[in-house]
Design a protein around this ligand. Sequence first.
Ligand SMILES: Nc1ncnc2c1ncn2[C@@H]1O[C@H](COP(=O)(O)OP(=O)(O)O)[C@@H](O)[C@H]1O
Ligand code: SF4
Ligand SMILES: [Mg+2]
Length: 326
Amino acid sequence: MKSLLQVENLQVSYPTQDGRVFALAGVDFTLHAGETVGLVGESGCGKSTLGKAVMRLIPTTGGRIILGERDITQLGRKALLPHRAAMQMMFQDPNGSLNPRQSVGKSIGRPLEVAGWKAAAIRQRVGELLEQVGLPAAAAARYPHEFSGGQRQRIGIARALILEPQVIICDEPVSALDVSVRAQVINLMRDIQQRTGVAYLFISHDLSVVEYIADRLLVMYLGRIVESGPTRQIWDRPAHPYTFALLAAAPVADPRAPRNENALSGELPSPINPPSGCPFHTRCPHAQARCRAERPALRGNPGQRQVACHFPLFELGARELSPLAL
Ligand SMILES: Nc1ncnc2c1ncn2[C@@H]1O[C@H](COP(=O)(O)OP(=O)(O)O)[C@@H](O)[C@H]1O
Ligand code: SF4
Ligand SMILES: [Mg+2]
């Protein structure tokens, strides 16, 4: 598979009155054409920061972002423009990209207007896109407040698709929606992916949301990836104690199945002063002396499974690393 987006040792820190917030402490991942990678972790672990940094919306303090063949980490505004079209973003609240005083057709078509398209061609393209996301072409003349949350998120998808991007960074795109509407929007996103081959980095604090859409998962804790691998494998058999706790705390489809709300005890430590050694040791039921002294490296095969833990729940052995076992 062709690698579309490659992120290497990406770091972001925010200067604040209380000190530097190390929001991303060196993140690596690859996104291939047509696939969905889920990025999960508790609120405050750095997911949105990663999305914004990859989009070059905030400054990075280290590492590289490679889009296609091009290193875009240091590109200035102008040089970045042709690459901007290839990567788009979707948010939890699509109102961020929709002007309340503009018809949705105008908001969706704006990037084409900037690119110098004629009004009639824009109208046609916007109408086609609205139909693709399950809305009538005539919806273009209406205003954002006239739509429900689910419909607005469909408009958000149309807005993200207008420049035919290769990658869409989706930051909690269904978290504000009712469960039934959520499934519809996720199914629509999958359909669009099958039709267009777009790749998604799908960010969610809720593991049960990404289970259905992500081919692979990245589990993040305090600005670092602590586990990665095929979704099914991680879901069935997490190796990192943090992933295990997240899964145990996640809402389950079957309401009769046991759910352990206390699986994840204690608060997320401050990224201004992260714990020594393994950043999860302050909350980990398996922590030992070594965990407080030495930070575990992410080990395993980046294309398959990886884990950053001195004492994982099982050792990533030959079986887990073999594509035959998928
Ligand atoms: N603009 C900012 N200035 C200072 N700290 C920030 C800023 N944005 C995010 N943070 C901090 O960075 C950390 C990661 O935040 P964020 O990326 O929003 O996490 P998530 O999306 O996983 O909830 C948090 O501790 C948050 O408080
Ligand atoms: S390294 Fe130690 S503290 Fe960290 S997750 Fe593994 S067992 Fe827990
Ligand atoms: Mg966020």
